[in-house]
Design a protein around this ligand. Structure first.
Ligand code: SPV
Ligand code: MG
Length: 294
């Protein structure tokens, strides 16, 4: 089964499913090993790990390069956080072509303007895309895909921008009619109220994806009861790595020795395991005769 088929089936299944964030080949592999069925290639996390802002400062081809490493390192589907599609319909449809070539299972695009800003930075002051223009983008992406199962998720930013429930519903329905496979309803509130209000009105028109970064205290059971299709844990590997790196760097800087850190971090052997170093050794035995003698 192709990666895109797997992702589509996950989104359409009756079970609530989970996507975990990754931002490079290593974190993608760790997500797969933990048992997650699919990966969220987060724009925030990829840009942060590259040392830039979540404002399209990394070019789309730089994001594509990161994705290629993530895809090569894993066998589970990847859903790219494709921001606004990096431009107009033409940029978005070219993105689909390039993603398919790299076996990326799907892309989520949001109804904001390029260059976008992270939803948690002054969300209410962010302009939204024109509905018809955004629908044209979805249609262009649909018409471009050659893999029938390639997943397109339309992200509705109406709550983020403070435009309210009716606007969120109007937009979600327009994106459904334009051909989206699922809608992502985003909220920056510390509780699930906006999402709940949406779910009550939306029914089962299309699978609904959420990102509970700000309403993290909502019990998962509650999200299931609301009929959510897919939950994205959107940035937690990136944030965990920041914390770990800050602590270890500070400690080594202060101590001027590795004595107190060695036992608290991954071993070098674990790094080799994650890189599948054994496979190369075996391949050398098979393909590179000098390896036996040297
Ligand atoms: C991301 O992970 O980059 C997202 C989710 O788009 S959020 O940061 O919540 O906007
Ligand atoms: Mg993002």
């Amino acid at each position: 089964m192709s990666k895109s088929t797997k992702l589509k089936q996950m989104m359409n299944s009756l079970e609530m499913e989970f996507l975990m964030e990754a931002h490079n080949g290593l974190s993608a592999k760790i997500v797969e090993e933990a048992g997650f069925k699919a990966i969220w290639a987060s724009g925030l996390s990829i840009s942060a790990s590259l040392g830039v802002r979540d404002s399209n400062e990394a070019s789309w081809t730089q994001v594509l390069d990161v994705l290629e490493f993530m895809s090569d390192a894993t066998s589970i589907p990847i859903l790219l956080d494709g921001d606004t599609g990096y431009g107009n319909f033409n940029n978005a449809r070219r993105l689909v072509k390039k993603l398919e070539q790299r076996h990326i299972a799907g892309v989520c695009i949001e109804d904001k303007l390029y260059p976008k800003t992270n939803s948690f930075i002054k969300g209410e002051s962010q302009p939204l895309a024109d509905i018809d223009e955004f629908c044209g983008k979805i249609k262009a992406m649909r018409d471009t895909q050659t893999d029938e199962e390639f997943v397109i998720v339309a992200r509705v930013e109406a709550f983020i921008a403070g435009w309210g429930l009716q606007e969120a519903l109007n937009r979600a329905d327009a994106y459904r009619l334009a051909g989206a496979d699922a809608v992502l309803i985003h909220s920056s509130k510390p509780n699930v109220a906006e999402i709940e209000s949406f779910m009550t009105e939306w029914g089962n028109r299309l699978p609904v994806v959420i990102v509970p970064t700000k309403y993290y205290s909502t019990p998962t059971k509650k999200l299931r009861e609301l009929g959510i299709s897919t939950v994205i844990w959107a940035n937690h590997n990136m944030r965990a790595s920041i914390d770990a790196m800050q602590k270890i760097t500070k400690r080594i800087y202060e101590d001027e020795t590795l004595l107190h850190v060695e036992r608290g971090i991954a071993s070098v052997d674990e790094v080799f395991r994650l890189q599948n170093a054994d496979e190369l050794q075996q391949a050398e035995q098979k393909y590179f005769p000098h390896a036996k003698t040297e």
